[in-house]
Structures are given as structure tokens and as C-alpha cells.
Design a protein around this ligand. Sequence first.
Ligand code: HEM
Ligand code: HEM
Length: 172
Amino acid sequence: MTVANEPTGYTAMQILLHWVIAALIVLQLIIGEDIKPAYRAFSRGTEPVAGDIFNANIHVYVGLAVLVLAIWRFAVRLRDGVPAAPPDESVLLKRIAASAHLVLYLFIFGMPITGGLAWYFGFGAMGELHELAKPVIIVVVGLHAAAALWQHFYVKSDVLVRMLRPAGRRAP
Ligand code: HEM
Ligand code: HEM
């Protein structure tokens, strides 16, 4: 069903934010372990060496940038909305896609928050949760990317293209 005034696609800003956040998350997954020597040193009450602090700061500031971009992205979503799932998609697939997107949103907010609680406030349990999330994110993002490619090459829907090319808005 098409609702009046429902967006026909994502805006250029939504697309830019999606890909910048995706790139930063992948970077964080790759460099995540680099924060550990400094984190361990602080947890033991010792002073980390300068190189370890530098590596840790990169992880912290890239992660905090993800949080700011995630808040921005969510605000844009509330303002501009998102396009409906392809009309011929089954109810089950629509639910799976919506749940996957919800989980991805939880990660882009939850990772910086749990990391920040561990780093700034010494909540070790939050650090452990943050670490445990790593393999889960890899699986969810992998399935999400595979689903997008499957939609594009096999189902031949416009789902991937609409996350690459901005669409106009319906007239109010
Ligand atoms: C860490 C990486 C990623 C994160 C956190 C992420 C997150 C998200 C989220 C939350 C949405 C829902 C957008 C909304 O409704 O507001 C979305 C949509 C989408 N993502 Fe990703 N994504 C990532 C990587 C990727 C990759 C690698 C691809 C493609 C290969 C991709 C393709 C898409 C597409 C095509 C949509 C639109 C789906 C639709 O219109 O129904 N994403 N992504
Ligand atoms: C997008 C956001 C983030 C992602 C995807 C991410 C990812 C990761 C990964 C993959 C690890 C290594 C886990 C392992 O080796 O098993 C890690 C460790 C860690 N991260 Fe993040 N991180 C993010 C944001 C942050 C932020 C903003 C902070 C701090 C302000 C932070 C603090 C930490 C700490 C303290 C550890 C070490 C935890 C421990 O050893 O118990 N992270 N992170």
C-alpha cells in the first residue's frame, strides 16, 4: 500500500550518512583491538605508553563520531521518513528486513555507548558486552549486505539502488 506523502526513496543526506557510518563501523571492527593495551593499562592503574594512547584515541574519537552521526541519522529518519519495502515482498521478508535494520540501529548507538561507559567510567561489564558484540555485528552486517546484493542481483528489486541514488519526494 502506498501512503500519501510517503517518500519514494532515501534523501542524499540519508544515503551519505548510511555509507559514512558503514565505513566507520568497518574501520572500528578492524582497529578495535588497538585500544586494548591502553585500556588494560588504565584498568591496572598504570600509565600506557604514548603510542598506545594514540591508538586508543583513534578508536574512541572514530566511535564517538559514529554516535553523533547515528543521532543525526535517526533525526533525519524521523523528519524525512523511509521508503516502503518493495510491494511484492512477502510479509515475512519485510519483518526480517525491518528487524535487521532495528538491530543495526541498536549497534550504531549501543557500541559507542557501551565503549564510552567502559573507557570513561571503568564499567568493565560494559567493555565485555562491547567485545561480545563484535562477532554479532560481523554476522548481522554480513547478512544485511548479502541481503542487499541478493535483492539487487537475484530478486532484481530497487532496494540497493535506492541506497545509492537519492530520490525525489512526493508532493505534499
Ligand atoms: C556497518 C555497516 C552497515 C550498517 C550499520 C548499516 C545500517 C543500515 C540501516 C540501519 C538501514 C536502515 C535504514 C533506515 O531505514 O533508516 C540500512 C539500509 C540499507 N543498507 Fe545498510 N548498513 C551497513 C552496511 C551496508 C552494506 C555493506 C550494504 C550493501 C552491500 C548495505 C545496504 C543497505 C541497503 C540497500 C539499505 C536499504 C534497504 C531498504 O531500502 O529497504 N548496508 N542499513
Ligand atoms: C562504532 C562504534 C564502535 C565499534 C564498532 C567498536 C568496536 C570495538 C571492537 C571490535 C573492539 C575489540 C573487541 C575485541 O578485540 O574482542 C573494541 C574494544 C574496545 N572499545 Fe570499541 N568500538 C566502538 C566505539 C567505541 C567507543 C566510542 C569507545 C570509547 C569511548 C570504545 C571503547 C572500547 C574499549 C574500552 C575497548 C576494549 C574493551 C575490553 O578490552 O574489554 N569503543 N571496540
